[in-house]
Design a protein around this ligand. Structure first.
Ligand code: CMC
Length: 437
């Protein structure tokens, strides 16, 4: 097959260039050959917020944002959500193939072995104020684990990496549950390996004085499905942070803490908490239209709406809506659902949202279902971080194994002063003073 080539004519020099096209992309470094003269550094591409820049090649997650398609390792998200457990999907994301029964049994055993936290980590949690935000506690505690496992620094040893992956997937629900118990002043509950991953999380959250906690199987399955839907989402803000921090060969605990910090922002995983605040602010179905008008007039954003990649319905939101119906049979209907449905209806019929292709994203309905499951809004983003740990680790591992990857270091287009003569302090007058005002 003939190689695909992009022909460029540089009108500054009238020089022609042939730039190879591979897998629908050109290599930005090929542009460096394009120079206006011998002293020119070479052409760069300028792409704030990576709107059109692929930072890696990845075989983990596929998204077609126009068609609303999401697949992990080639498998449609709808099939995985219907037929798999979360740990089965975690195995798939990390290893590329669905596990056999034996592989799954061994994987589950490996994760379960690592669910306990070192006792000193519990004392570390004790240091937080009672009203500390769970996401802040989660990020700091995951980072603190780096001090407990110094062996994790050996990131080029595949066996060491595997052990940290098991440790992190095993421990994040325990940390998440302890942040919740800490905020209520309740004693921490040790993990129980009689339970599935999700049931054990529920046990650590909600067990009180009963000898054995029994999770409602409908609710446990719904949470498992939510975990599947949140497990990976290719090169989003936090995955990009995971890869960038990991590219400096920092250990995976601090990398996950950094990725979780990126997730905590309201434009990313923090949106699920914001959606609930927004629904509270709207208050009732009758107020929806007025709220939408305010958004259109430039007062804030409709939280849980819009996506950089999806310009169609987010397939995860569709599955969450379905799972919510199952949960409401067991818990009773969350009245906020009616406001959310009205909001979706009005927004999807409105020219502003149609023109910008703004649809509900994963965070729009997840908060409503989390609330029905009994979670406080402050915990919502932590609930996102637990399953996304799997995706971050898969992205991190892929990055470390990719011979083309190096330390992440973007370039800049410098717009500051050219060289200036130093001004002694007593001669610095009006300009500096007005700048500091
Ligand atoms: N409400 C109202 N207007 C919006 C919204 C929204 N939620 N999202 C985007 N727009 C408008 C935006 O103002 C812009 O309008 P204009 O062209 O007139 O300037 C246009 O749509 C394009 O938006 P953008 O900001 O250029 O899009 P982006 O790709 O940079 O941002 C986003 C994507 C998800 C950050 C954004 O849609 C947003 O802030 N949504 C609300 C927060 C949210 O729900 N985040 C969760 C994302 S999904 C899960 C995850 O990744 O964690």
């Amino acid at each position: 097959m003939e190689k695909e080539v992009l022909s460029i004519l540089d009108k500054r020099t009238n020089f022609p260039y042939d730039i190879p096209i591979e897998k629908g992309a050109i290599r930005a470094s090929d542009l460096r050959r394009i120079k206006s003269g011998p002293d020119d550094f070479g052409l760069m591409s300028y792409d704030p917020a990576f709107l059109n820049t692929a930072s890696c090649q990845s075989a983990i997650t596929f998204i077609d944002g126009d068609k609303g398609i999401l697949r992990y390792r080639g498998y449609p998200i709808e099939q995985l959500a219907e037929k798999c457990t979360f740990l089965e999907v975690a195995y798939l994301i990390l290893n590329g193939e669905l596990p056999t029964e034996l592989q799954l049994k061994n994987f589950v055993a490996a994760i379960t072995r690592h669910t306990m936290l070192h006792e000193t980590t519990k004392s570390f949690l004790e240091g937080f104020r009672h009203d500390a935000h769970p996401m802040g506690m989660f990020i700091s505690t995951v980072a603190a684990l780096s001090t407990v496992y110094p062996d994790a620094k050996n990131v080029h040893d595949p066996e060491v990496r595997k052990l940290q992956i098991h440790r992190l997937i095993g421990k994040v629900p325990t940390i998440a549950a302890y942040t919740y118990r800490h905020s209520l002043g309740y004693p921490y509950i040790y993990p129980d390996d009689d339970f599935s991953y999700t049931e054990n999380f529920m046990n650590m959250l909600w067990k009180m004085v009963e000898p054995k906690y029994r999770a409602n199987p409908v609710l446990a399955r719904a949470l498992d499905i939510l975990f599947i839907l949140h497990a990976d989402h290719e090169q989003n803000c936090s995955a990009n942070v995971m890869r960038a921090v990991g590219s400096s060969q920092a250990d995976p605990f601090v990398c996950i803490a950094a990725a979780a910090a990126a997730l905590s922002g309201p434009l990313h995983g923090g949106a699920n908490e914001e959606v609930l605040k927004m629904l509270d602010e709207i208050g009732s179905k009758e107020n929806v239209r007025g709220y939408v008008d305010k958004i259109k007039a430039g007062h804030g954003k409709l939280m849980g709406f819009g996506h950089r990649i999806y310009k169609n319905y987010d397939p995860r939101a569709r599955i969450i809506k379905w799972a919510a119906d199952q949960v409401f049979v067991a818990t009773g209907r969350n009245p906020k659902l009616d406001i959310a449905l009205e909001l979706e209806k009005i927004a999807l019929e409105d020219e502003y949202f149609i023109k910008r292709k703004l649809y509900p994203n994963v965070d729009f309905y997840s908060g409503i279902i989390y609330q029905a499951l009994g979670f406080k809004p402050e915990l919502f983003t932590v609930l996102f971080a637990i399953p996304r740990t799997v995706g971050w680790l898969a992205q991190w591992q892929e990055m470390l194994q990719d011979p083309e990857q190096k330390i992440a270091r973007p370039r800049q287009v410098y717009t500051g002063y050219d060289v200036r003569e130093f001004v002694p302090i007593e001669q610095r007058a009006v300009r500096a003073a007005s700048a500091s005002r």
